[in-house]
Design a protein around this ligand. Structure first.
Ligand code: NAD
Ligand code: UGA
Length: 466
């Protein structure tokens, strides 16, 4: 069987960067080269100060510092890295399509196809191709089709190896995953390729946690895992609304049901709505695939998870408006948090963006503080929606580097991300600097509402009236 000594990963993003850094860290005998077309991103991965790498993840800069220059390299020389590698991971983005058939639902696979064509063009030796990106079931068929028709006699095996890391805990998840999933062909060559990838992970992950399946089960399992996780959040969020009407407390309900070992306690935290680059995109993709097979009921079932999530984000914004006497025109609202969850600088599909958009429609003035997200990103997120002109966003939104200044003279504070540091702020100082009645809308049920009420705040949390 082929001994893997050189790996190339196409795509130096939130998945390609951390996964390859960990493989390089755990397999010093393998040379890992991560390539990307984005020169600025590669330059940031190569920054002498590893605190400036483009992905913020606890522990990541240390892992990169140890392996970079030894057996971990970041480069824009995509062709060279492909040509040299025994194994190529494809870890490029697979966003929801914004045009043509499947617009707003299906995955845009143009970047995947470009990678396959580039690999086909450049390769002169046999290679194992690993789908790391999240893909619609049966994508490997198209990848194979492109690779098997080069006419150069080069042999390719295509594996599916979806990634299950969560942002904010990427390094811990990669060091100690619940499982690694590898899908491949049942042929002898297919099984050999699976074994080559198993051997890499087996350097630090026990064999029993490495699951092997056929390619289609592996591709589909990734979409299904995300759909099940997101479905739990939409389920508890739907109950949060019922709690607010009935004086039940969603935190107590989550604890009560979560102690049933068949249900389990994780992913039952009610919130302003889930964000992140993948849950929505992957469920929309699942819905699209189901519809394309004529499975209307299946499609409608999963689509409801997204409908519920959109409702939760909108409901949060409308509750704020109602509670601020149905008029927020000109009122200052401080946002604590912009990232889609704590411990990441990623803002893709963050609930904060949509809540801000609703409030800006009502002519509010938004003041944002996030410990890891800069103002370019925040304005970029709002402008991307194209709800209003960039100049209007620029004049109605202000980004602060100091949370206390963001809250000064505000009518209300909204907690959009569950950053730990928010809990330790001097809330008396914040209260004293705000207009009264000073309101807090806690979209993460993060703060101690009783403590805040004793200071004088009017507090509204998700799914609880107490
Ligand atoms: P990302 O946008 O952060 O990174 C993708 C990178 O690929 C970009 O830097 C882009 O420039 C590069 N790229 C695109 N086409 C290229 C090409 N032809 N050649 C070279 N570089 C190219 O995306 P991400 O968050 O890392 O996600 C990548 C994939 O992993 C997606 O399919 C996603 O669904 C999946 N995934 C993401 C996460 C996550 O937590 N972000 C977790 C599991 C799976
Ligand atoms: C999620 C999955 O957890 C990963 O397994 C998967 O690899 C990844 O998607 C992916 O495919 O991209 P991620 O989106 O990074 O990871 O983060 P999560 O921890 O899943 O959180 C997603 C969103 O749900 C966040 O906005 C978070 O605040 C929210 N959430 C999570 C809740 O509102 N309540 C919860 O109980 C849990």
């Amino acid at each position: 069987m082929k001994n893997i000594t050189k790996i190339c990963c196409i795509g130096a993003g939130y998945v390609g960067g951390p996964t390859m850094a960990v493989i390089a860290n755990k397999c010093p005998h393998i040379q890992v080269t991560v390539v990307d077309l984005n020169e600025a991103r590669i330059a940031a991965w190569n920054d002498v100060d590893t605190d400036n790498i483009p992905v913020y993840e606890p522990g990541l800069s240390e892992v990169v510092a140890e392996a970079r220059g030894r057996n971990l390299f970041f480069s824009t020389a995509v062709d060279d890295a492909i040509a040299e590698a025994d194994m190529i991971f494809i870890s490029v983005n697979t966003p929801t399509k914004t045009y043509g058939a499947g617009k707003g639902m299906g995955a845009d696979l143009k970047y995947i196809e470009l990678c396959a064509r580039q690999i086909a063009r450049v390769s002169m030796t046999d290679k194992i191709i690993v789908e790391k990106s999240t893909l619609p079931v049966r994508t490997a068929e198209a990848v194979r089709d492109i690779l098997h028709n080069t006419g150069k006699g080069v042999k390719f095996q295509v594996l599916s190896n979806p990634e299950f890391l969560a942002e904010g805990t990427a390094v811990a998840d990669l060091f100690n995953p619940d499982r690694v999933l590898i899908g491949g062909d049942s042929t002898e060559e297919g099984q050999e390729a699976i074994q080559a990838l198993v051997d890499i992970y087996n350097n630090w992950i026990p064999r029993e946690r490495i699951l092997t399946t056929n390619v289609w089960s592996s591709e589909l399992s990734k979409l299904v895992a995300n759909a099940f996780l997101a479905q739990r959040i939409s389920s508890i969020n739907s109950i949060s609304e019922l709690c607010e009407k009935t004086e039940a407390d969603v935190n107590e309900v989550a604890r009560a049901i979560g102690t049933d070992s068949r249900i389990g306690s994780k992913f039952l935290k009610a919130s302003v709505g889930f964000g992140g680059s993948c849950f929505q995109k992957d469920i929309l993709n699942l819905v699209y695939i189901s519809r394309s097979f004529g499975l209307q009921e299946v499609a409608d079932y999963w689509e409801q998870v997204i409908i519920m999530n959109d409702h939760q984000k909108k409901r949060f914004a409308l509750n704020m408006i109602k509670s601020l006497y149905n008029t927020i025109s000109g009122k200052k609202i401080a946002f604590l948090g912009w990232a889609f969850k704590k411990d990441t600088n990623d803002t893709r599909e963050s609930a904060a963006i949509y809540v801000a958009d609703e409030l800006l429609n009502e002519q509010a003035r938004i003041r944002v503080y996030d410990p890891k997200v800069n103002s370019d990103q925040i304005f970029g997120d709002l402008n991307y929606l194209q709800t209003r002109k960039p100049e209007e966003n620029a004049s109605n939104v202000k980004v602060f580097e100091d949370p206390y200044r963001a809250c000064e003279n505000a009518h209300a504070i909204a907690i959009l991300t569950e950053w730990d540091e928010f809990k330790d702020y001097d809330w008396q100082r914040i209260y004293d600097s705000m207009l009264k009645p000073a309101k807090v809308f806690d979209g993460r049920n993060l703060l101690d509402a009783d403590k805040l009420r004793k200071i004088g705040f009017k507090v509204q949390s998700i799914g609880t009236t107490s």
